[in-house]
Design a protein around this ligand. Structure first.
Ligand code: NAP
Length: 540
């Protein structure tokens, strides 16, 4: 890149502005700097880490194996970092990301405490003007959104929420100072992956913990363990094999579907397989199951019955056990929370489960809350109520493309993208973990997308091109690919953040928000576009 003609920076502050200094923004900065580009990262928080910066709630940890989640692009980084657990907790992950920022000297090009309010494309200048909430503005040729699929926290729409006099937190905006539950009457609202991790932790010290559960989720054991000093070198020696495996699996996890169908093996074989998966660490029970359980209703029913049996075994009170067993969706059709003695929490005398469907929360009061049939007093309310996922973080920014059209308008009725990275009418904008991209074990997808974007920008620089625009045909084609990839999946028949439903954010209709095909196929398609000289993108 350095030997190429100098980049045309007339009227510009930067070649590229990246929004967000999480895992994707950090790597994109490093990669583009390596190509000789002048890059600025704008970050709302006061530090790096994105998801792992904001989500400091008690019990937050990986559900992917630590060593499959870390950056893979730098051997030295891999060699020098020791993960302490197979599934590391948030403080360790945040330390790791800060270590990466130090090592690669990233902070000098990151502006912290800088929340982006607007990003407007200027047709004449073929550049983006990016404006902060403070009013400061910067111009760059390209804009990369690295704003995360789960970064726009949503509070429930319950009257009185502002009136509560005790402590209250959303898990995704957890304070940096330590929070004690000791001797307190704590409420947790929400039982998704975040709620489950929070509940396990709070139950250890709270005087009382009352869990308000609307729809239960199917959870499975994490089986975490420390990585022993003896295991450490052996694990590190396996890095090439680990990352190769992630490149080959459906969703970039170490686990991938078994080639057999649940319905074609004997009852004994099926049960033995599920016992094995339930008793091994990580996502095997979800990502490494028989290949038909996510598409065949009978197979999914049998698996759900198997896991329901486990819940009944683990929860002493039969009535509570039944409340914890989902009846409106099958196992794995929503994101499976991984847990550590979650179900056993409900056997503790200080913990109570309230069904917030049959007895909904009607209002938050200064002293607690009221359901349809009871008044509760609390010292603390924790909202583990999730995010306006995937498109929510885009909606929060006033993004306007060519001819002033807004991204919200362009995506009315659901996102439409080319490879999940580009949008028709929004030239020179690239999305790293936007809609329609392969998510799964997310840093693996991030690394690929970052490198693909860097490849395209390098290609353009070499040819003195300054504008990249997705064509209508390419967008229609990819959006159709996304539709086809998800057509048979039971998960696309269920309301969840993965299907774009969030009533707290006023989103009640399911949309095709994510690409649910194989990551291998996704990369093959993107590779083909690059190998063909990016002909599907209008370059000028
Ligand atoms: P979530 O899965 O969307 O769960 C939100 C929870 O809040 C649901 O139980 C929901 O109930 C409940 N809720 C929302 N509004 C409510 C209201 N008004 N009254 C009562 N309950 C309400 O969000 P999340 O748990 O934060 O997880 C989001 C995603 O983040 C996960 O699926 C996962 O991908 C990721 N995550 C990853 C990890 C990890 O890797 N270790 C950890 C945590 C989260 P309904 O289901 O009835 O709407």
């Amino acid at each position: 890149m350095n030997e190429k003609a100098p980049l045309d920076r007339s009227g510009l502050d930067y070649d590229v502005i990246i929004i967000g200094a999480g895992i994707s923004g950090m790597y994109q900065l490093h990669k583009l700097r390596g190509l000789g580009m002048k890059v600025l990262v704008l970050e709302a928080g006061t530090g790096v880490g994105g998801t792992w910066y904001w989500n400091r709630y008690p019990g937050a940890r990986f559900d992917s194996e630590s060593y499959s989640y870390a950056y893979s692009f730098d051997q030295e980084l891999l060699d020098e970092w020791d993960w302490s657990e197979h599934f590391a907790a948030q403080p360790e992950t945040l330390r790791y990301l800060n270590h990466v920022a130090d090592k690669l000297d990233l902070r000098r090009d990151i502006r912290f405490s800088s929340r982006v309010a607007a990003a407007h494309f200027d047709d004449a200048g073929q550049a983006w003007t990016i404006t902060l909430e403070s009013g400061e503005a910067y111009r760059s040729r390209f804009m990369v959104t690295a704003i995360g699929p789960l970064s726009s926290p949503t509070l429930p729409r319950i009257p009185g929420i502002e009136e509560f006099k005790g402590e209250s937190f959303h898990t995704g905006l957890w304070p940096k100072d330590p929070v004690s539950f000791e001797g307190k009457r704590v409420a947790v609202v929400g039982t998704g992956a975040t709620g489950v991790q929070t509940i396990q932790e709070v139950a250890k010290t709270a005087k009382t913990l009352t869990v308000f559960q609307r729809r239960p989720n199917w959870c499975a054991p994490l089986h975490n363990a420390k990585i022993t000093p003896e295991e450490q070198p052996a694990l590190k020696a396996r890095y090439p094999e680990i990352f190769q495996r992630c490149r080959e699996t459906f969703a970039c996890f170490l686990h991938t579907p078994d080639p057999r169908n649940a319905l074609e093996v004997s009852d004994a074989e099926r049960t033995a397989f599920w016992e094995m998966r339930y008793n091994e660490p990580g996502f095997g029970i979800w990502q490494g199951n028989f290949r038909d359980v996510m598409i065949d209703r009978t197979a999914n029913r049998m698996l759900s019955d198997f896991v329901a049996g486990k819940i009944r075994e683990r929860v002493t009170d039969p009535e509570t056990a039944e409340k914890l067993i989902p009846t409106d969706h099958g196992f794995g059709t929503r994101r499976v929370p991984l847990e550590t003695k979650y179900y056993e929490v409900y056997n503790q005398p200080n913990v109570r489960l309230v069904d917030a469907i049959s007895t909904p929360i009607e209002r938050i009061t200064p002293d607690g809350l009221e359901t349809s049939d009871e008044t509760f007093g609390f010292d603390m309310i924790i909202y583990a109520t999730g995010f306006d996922a995937i498109t929510g973080s885009f909606d929060r920014i006033d993004i306007r493309g060519a001819e002033g059209q807004t991204l919200k308008e362009r995506w009315a009725g659901g996102p439409k993208t080319f490879l999940g990275m580009m949008v028709e009418g929004f030239p020179n904008m690239f999305m790293l973990v936007g809609p329609h991209t392969a998510l799964g074990n997310i840093p693996r997808s991030i690394e690929y997308n970052v490198e693909w974007v860097a490849g395209l920008l390098d290609h353009m620089h070499g040819r003195d091109l300054t504008c990249a625009a997705a064509t209508a045909e390419a967008v229609t084609d990819w959006t159709e690919t996304v539709r086809r990839a998800g057509a048979d999946l039971l998960s696309n028949e269920v309301d969840s953040w993965m299907t774009g439903v969030n009533r707290n954010a006023g989103k009640t209709e399911r949309v095709l928000a994510r690409y649910s095909g194989s990551a291998v196929a996704f990369r093959e398609r993107c590779d083909a576009v690059a190998a063909d000289g990016y002909r599907e993108i209008r370059l000028a």
